[in-house]
Design a protein around this ligand. Structure first.
Ligand code: GLY
Length: 373
C-alpha cells in the first residue's frame, strides 16, 4: 500500500501561525490532524445541508476516533446564509450548546460557511478558535486561508467582518470529487489568478496540466491547490491586513465586483466566473495603458476558454451592460482609497502590481469596447 501524501504549507504569522494541510482523505482523518491544535478536546462543527450530506458523518467519525467531543449545526446552503439574521441565529444556537472559551468551531463547507463561522468565532465569547475544512476549490485556494471573515449586508458583500485567523486549514482534495463541474471551474479561476499575479511558471504548468487537475487527477489537483495556498500564505504572512501587497490577490476583482453588483449578488453568475472575466479585463486595461504585451492577454483568455471558463463579457449571454453603471459599482468597492478606484494591473503573466492612478476615462473606454465586442 502506498502512503498517502499530505502537503503542508505554513502561514507564518508568529504566535498565530498555522498549517494548511493538503491531500486526499483529510476529512476522514481530521480528528488526528487537528487534535494537536485544540485547546480543549471539544469542537462544534458548522456546515450546510448539502455539505453535511457528503462529508459530515466522516468528519464526526474522525473526531470520535480521536476522542474529541463534538456537536454540530446545519445551516441552509447558499450566499443568502451569510447575513446578519443567520449570524445571530448561529451565535444563539452555538451559545445554547454552552461552549467554553477553549471550544473550537469547525467550518465544514465552502466560502459562505467559512466566512460566517469564522466571523462568529471572532466575536463568540470575545473570540474562540476555529478550524477551516473547505470543501470547494474556491474555499481551498482562497477564502479559507488568510483570516478574512464576514457577512454580506444590504450595502454589499463582506462589508461587516473581522480578520480572525484559523488554527488550521484542512484541504481534502477528494472532497472536490463531489463538486459540480461549474463550481470546480469557478474555483479554478482563483488558481489561474496566482499564476497571473506572480508565478509565470505555475501559469505555464496550468496550461499543460490544469485540465488534468479539473478532470480529477489527484496529484495534479494537489499541486494546483498546494501552489495556490503557498502563494496565498506568503502574501498573507507579508501583509495580513491588506495594507499593501495583499491587494494583489484582488486581480480581476474590481471588475468582477462590478459585474456581480450589476447582476445582483444572488444572480446566476458565480464569483469565480466574474473573476475570470475580470482578469481578462485587467489584462486588457494593462495592454491599453502600454504596460502589458497583447500576447499575454491573449494567452490568459485562451487558457480560460480552453478549460471552459467565461473569458469575455459576451460569454455571459446578457444582452446589455452600461459602462457608467459598472464604474459606479467600482466606486462603491471597499477598496476605494481617497475616492480613487484601486486596480491590479500586470506587466505580463506573473507580474502584477497595484495601481491607484488609472484615469477613469481609460476604464470607461475599456468597458465601452468590452460591451461592444
Ligand atoms: N480573497 C482575497 C484575500 O483573502 O485577501
Amino acid at each position: 500500500m502506498t502512503a498517502t501524501v499530505i502537503d503542508k504549507v505554513r502561514v507564518g504569522l508568529d504566535s498565530r501561525a498555522y498549517d494548511i494541510l493538503i491531500g486526499p482523505g483529510l476529512i476522514a482523518g481530521a480528528g488526528r490532524h487537528v487534535a494537536p491544535v485544540l485547546r480543549q478536546k471539544r469542537v462544534i462543527v458548522v456546515t450546510d445541508r448539502n455539505v453535511a450530506g457528503h462529508h459530515l458523518d466522516a468528519l464526526l467519525r474522525s473526531f470520535d476516533d480521536a476522542g474529541i467531543g463534538h456537536q454540530h449545526l446545519i445551516l441552509p446552503p447558499g450566499e443568502k446564509t451569510k447575513d446578519f439574521a443567520h449570524l445571530q441565529k448561529l451565535l444563539d444556537d452555538v451559545l445554547a450548546l454552552k461552549p467554553e472559551r477553549r471550544t473550537t468551531l469547525v467550518a465544514l463547507g465552502g466560502g459562505v460557511i467559512g466566512d460566517l463561522t469564522g466571523f462568529a468565532a471572532s466575536i463568540l465569547l470575545r473570540g474562540v478558535d476555529f478550524i477551516q475544512v473547505p470543501t470547494t476549490l474556491l474555499a481551498q485556494v482562497d477564502s479559507s486561508v488568510g483570516g478574512k471573515t464576514g457577512i454580506d449586508t444590504a450595502h454589499g458583500k463582506n462589508l461587516v467582518g473581522a480578520f480572525h485567523q484559523p488554527r488550521m486549514v484542512l484541504c481534502d482534495t477528494t472532497a472536490l470529487d463531489t463538486l459540480p463541474r461549474r463550481d470546480l471551474l469557478a474555483g479554478y479561476a482563483e488558481v489561474v489568478k496566482y499564476g497571473c499575479i506572480g508565478d509565470a511558471a505555475f501559469f505555464t504548468w496550468l496550461e499543460g496540466h490544469g485540465q488534468r487537475a479539473l478532470d480529477g487527477d489527484g496529484s495534479a489537483r494537489r499541486h494546483a491547490v498546494m501552489t495556490s495556498c503557498r502563494a496565498k500564505a506568503a502574501v498573507v504572512a507579508a501583509d495580513e491586513r491588506e495594507d499593501g501587497a495583499r491587494a494583489l490577490l484582488n486581480l480581476g476583482h474590481t471588475f468582477a465586483h462590478a459585474l456581480e453588483a450589476e447582476t445582483g449578488f444572488d444572480s446566476d453568475l458565480l464569483h469565480g466566473e466574474a473573476v475570470a472575466i475580470g482578469m481578462g479585463m485587467a489584462f486588457d486595461l494593462s495592454v491599453r495603458l502600454g504596460l502589458c504585451p497583447l500576447a499575454d492577454a491573449g494567452r490568459l483568455r485562451r487558457h480560460l476558454a480552453a478549460v471552459g471558463l467565461p473569458a469575455e463579457l459576451a460569454d455571459l449571454g446578457r444582452p446589455s451592460w452600461d459602462p457608467a453603471r459598472l464604474i459606479e459599482h467600482m466606486r462603491r468597492d471597499k477598496k476605494v482609497l481617497d475616492g480613487r478606484i484601486t486596480f491590479i494591473l500586470v506587466r505580463g503573466i506573473g507580474a502584477a502590481h497595484i495601481a491607484r492612478d488609472v484615469a477613469p476615462e481609460e476604464v470607461h473606454a475599456l468597458l465601452t469596447d468590452a460591451v461592444a465586442s
